[in-house]
Each structure stands twice: as C-alpha cells, then as structure tokens.
Design a protein around this ligand. Structure first.
Ligand code: ASP
Length: 304
C-alpha cells in the first residue's frame, strides 16, 4: 500500500499493524524514548489547503519524532492563490523529492487525485466532506484503550453527519471492527444516501441515540461547509442535540464521550463537559500523534 486515502483500503490486519505500531511508540515514548530513527533521511511535506490545528501539528510532530525532515505548506501562502492548479502545485512539491505528502484539501477526492499522479506516499489528512482516515484510526485506538474489544460495541455519532468526513471514516472503520453504529442529528444533516452508509440505524432524537451506548461521539457543526441554513439557531441546535448534564445522566455509567475537535463550546457540548471526567478529547489528541507515527511506519514497510 503506497498511500492512505480511505478507510476502504484497510484490511483488519492492516488496522492491527497500525495499532501495534502506535502502541509500541506510545509505550516507548512514555518510558522516556523521545526520538526514533524510522524516518531518518526521509522528508514529509504537508500541504494544507484548509485550516487545521490538531491534524497538521500531529502529522508534523510525528514525522519529527521519527527523525524525518518536515515542511509545512499552507494553502493561503502557496501558489494556488496565484492560479496554479492543485496538480501542478503537487508535482512541484514532488520534484523536491518528498517521501511523504500529507495533504488536506477542501475538495472531496483531492488526495486520491494526487496519489495517482505522484510517486511519494500520499496520506489523506482530510478531503472535503469525504474522509479523514487517520482520525478514524485514532478514535478506534482510543476506544480500544478503554474497552476490551470492538466487536459488539454500541456507538452513537451525533451532529452534522452530512458535512463530516470524520463521520464517514468513523462509520466505515467502526463497522469493519464489528461495532453497531447509530447516527443522530437534525434530518437536514442526515445525508440522503444514509442507506449507503452501512449504519445500523439513525434517529433524530438524541436521548434515544445515546442512552444505551458504550461510546458517544459528538461532531462539530461544520459552518464553513454550509451554504444553506440547516437549523434555526446554534442555541436551538444546542438545546436539541448538545451534550448537557441531563443527557450525561442518561448515559451508561462506563460510556465514553468523544469529539474530534475543534469543539464549538456551548453548541455540541456544554463548556464544562469538554474536559470533564468522562471526556476522552485530550486522549484522542495524544493518541493522534502515535497513530500518525504508526501510519508512516506502516506505509514505509508495506510498500517496500
Ligand atoms: N478536525 C476534524 C476535521 O478536520 C473535525 C472538524 O473539523 O470538525 O474534519
């Protein structure tokens, strides 16, 4: 496997291998080993055409911890603003002999298009509303740190399903691993092709969606992708779908609460719950680093 573009590419043994790599790096890191040689002499270029804090920083830091040279290219300061098409920008980047290109783009399918045209390993760090495979891997890895096995877990994903690449990748991965997946949100934010998503059921009632679940994942309202109005006000959304103390009381005692971030505080979750006792949000961020190290190693080993 040269590239990681979609969860569809991953077989169970690939997922296990990436998790194994991540676990190994995490254990060694926590035992004091803070620099690894696996990517020494390699370069990682990170063209990001959409904003990012967590994903870009963690792919960059993961590369640095593995001793790679990393270079950030931000969309707003690249030549695409001078009219250069994406492929020309990427061909230019490749000509600089990059071993890895970690790309985020606002167009669905962008990473796939790039991967077909370059020899470098391409990693999809989010393409429009389509996929975000490294986020799904880090979410599943984080869940597995708290639950014995994935098979049979009941997971609810709540919020802006329509515009969320995290939802699409999470659903695919969680189903592959044997979980039961429910989605929930306003009807306007449930895709028309919901049947093709391979979920177990969907509901517009958040209490029903979360009450018997082992894991509940709240998604950010993707205002930047919305050209229409999908609900009347953020306040109304929060009242109908946001996590608050009353809804926490409905959860199973050992239910895990997650959010890929960034959180619209007071919309998807009440502010004081963001880093509350049950929230794994910071664990997701930390595990993102080790999962991304695991992905680099996996691609290097499996394409040589
Ligand atoms: N950080 C995630 C993404 O890039 C989730 C989000 O932005 O809402 O898709």
């Amino acid at each position: 496997m040269k590239d990681l573009i979609s969860v569809n590419q991953l077989e169970l043994q690939d997922i296990e291998e990436i998790f194994g790599n991540a676990r190994d790096y995490k254990n060694r890191y926590h035992s004091g080993e803070t620099k690894f040689d696996d990517l020494r002499g390699k370069s990682v270029l990170l063209p990001f055409f959409e904003s990012s804090t967590r994903t870009r920083t963690s792919f960059e830091l993961a590369g640095k911890l593995l001793s790679a040279d990393t270079i950030n290219i931000s969309g707003s300061s690249s030549s695409t603003t001078k009219g250069e098409i994406l492929l020309d920008t990427i061909k230019t980047i490749e000509a600089m002999q990059s071993d890895f290109i970690v790309i985020r783009h606002y167009m669905s399918g962008a990473a796939h298009q790039v991967a077909k045209k370059v020899k470098s390993h391409v990693i999809n760090a989010g393409d429009g509303a389509n996929e975000h495979p490294s986020q799904a891997l880090l979410d599943a890895f984080t869940i597995l740190e708290h639950k014995e096995k994935f098979e049979g877990l009941k997971i609810a994903i709540v919020g802006d399903i329509l515009h969320s690449r995290v939802a699409r990748s999470d659903i695919k991965l969680f189903k592959k691993l044997g979980a039961e997946v429910t989605i929930c949100g306003p009807l306007t934010m449930i895709p028309r092709y919901v049947d093709a998503l391979n979920i177990d059921y969907f509901t517009t009632n958040v209490e029903e969606a979360i009450k018997d679940k082992d894991v509940v994942i709240f998604l950010r309202i993707q205002l930047e992708r919305q050209s229409k109005v999908f609900f009347s006000t953020l306040n109304e959304y929060s009242i109908k779908y946001g996590l608050n103390q009353n809804r926490i009381n409905l959860l199973k005692e050992d239910a895990l609460i997650m959010h890929p971030g960034p959180v619209n505080r007071g919309v998807e979750m009440q502010s004081e719950l963001v880093y509350g006792d049950r929230s794994l949000i910071l664990d997701q961020v930390e595990n993102g680093l080790f999962i991304r190290m695991g992905i680099y190693k996996f691609l290097m080993q499996n394409s040589e």
